[in-house]
Ligand binder design. Sequence first.
Ligand SMILES: Cc1cc2nc3c(=O)[nH]c(=O)nc-3n(C[C@H](O)[C@H](O)[C@H](O)COP(=O)(O)OP(=O)(O)OC[C@H]3O[C@@H](n4cnc5c(N)ncnc54)[C@H](O)[C@@H]3O)c2cc1C
Length: 410
Amino acid sequence: MSETSDIGILGSGPAALAIAGACIRRGVSVTLVAPSPRQPWEPNYCLWADEVPAALSSVIERTWPEVSVATSLGERHLQRPYVKLDTHAFQQRLWEDLRVGSARIVPDRAARLEHHDDGARIHIDGGGTERVRLVIDASGARSPFVERVHRRAPAYQVAYGVFLHAPGHRLDLERSTLMDFRPVASDADDPPSFLYLLPLSPDRLFVEETSLAHRPGVSLSLLRERLEARLHSLGLGQSLRVGEERCSIAMGLGLPARGQPLVPFGAAASMVHPATGYSVAHALRKAELVAEAIVGALAADDVQRAIGAGNAAVWPRSERATWELYAFGLETLVNMNVAETARFFDAFFRMPTEAWSGYLGGTLGPGELGAVMTRLFRSLPAAVQWQLVRTSVSTGVAPLARTFLQTGTT
Ligand SMILES: Cc1cc2nc3c(=O)[nH]c(=O)nc-3n(C[C@H](O)[C@H](O)[C@H](O)COP(=O)(O)OP(=O)(O)OC[C@H]3O[C@@H](n4cnc5c(N)ncnc54)[C@H](O)[C@@H]3O)c2cc1C
């Protein structure tokens, strides 16, 4: 059996590496347990430019000064820069932080955790045990180690995307398409899906058809068919496919239950935004705060207090409450048809930039979120308002929504 590490981290995705680096920078020892920890990441991670920490600015592959959002009701160009990270450089950059300190890497899966008052044991799948004082679980949305406040089954964001070699394409390199909800295929009525388009260079594009949230998840084959129809309508049907992305993200997982003997982080901690599916910016933003809380309490030799402080930093009370409201936002999306979705997003992106940006970033406090939701509700057509009221009653969030909406209007 090895020496006891201060912190055992499960996983080697963005959340695990971000929190590992933040802990190591504070001088504690870390054991990272993950199967194939160096396996190259595949997703094309994108964020709003203002969410990228300064230390990661070197891994930005491309910036679009504006994004477009289109529905059958019209198209809007939004002046908020959006970036794609270079996935390989992003992964390498986060690993660099682990090299400077004391990190032990165990290239296997955690099979079982054993918790004691003064520490924990991580039982490794292939045999052996790692002793640590505290476990941070960043092993993704399917973690079996995290107990959740389960309310309802997750919805799924599903997307099918391809890289295209398209020399001479006419698309504006200064603008990406965040959402184009205009239906193209004859069967594109229900469930709604949209085109996401990143012009990467004069001869390279990334195009993806995305179902924002559906229960159960929309099939990849349907999205692939719709993407083909879109490519034909854009005159790109014959362009060479040079890579693909398949995406399935569990949305609206219950928050971690309180009083657990570990600290969940990233998708394992339900940090995936319930209405967008994004979590990378959230994990990068939180990593320093959570590490600070944990390392401070560990220095005082109080493991239980460190676990409590870590969990409180991941999910402060006020953020737990606002997240429930975001989950209500998810339920409304899941229940909307194509026409309602168009009206909803048309009204959403007509709000001032700080309102829709704050909502998408998940950074609004309860009062601010209430104000944004009230404003949005008032600007929606009566049919969509009625849909929202029905959803709030059927999902049991009506009292919570009422509280926040009143807060927001005062
Ligand atoms: C194709 C795709 C594109 C996406 N694009 C974006 C985007 O542009 N922007 C954005 O913000 N979000 C995006 N997301 C959503 C989300 O941010 C990602 O899913 C992100 O990878 C979640 O990070 P994570 O580190 O929490 O979990 P994961 O990346 O899922 O990492 C989990 C880690 O845990 C490991 N693990 C699993 N089981 C065990 C175990 N038993 N023991 C130890 N380790 C274990 C895995 O090997 C992995 O290393 C995308 C998701 C997908 C699938």
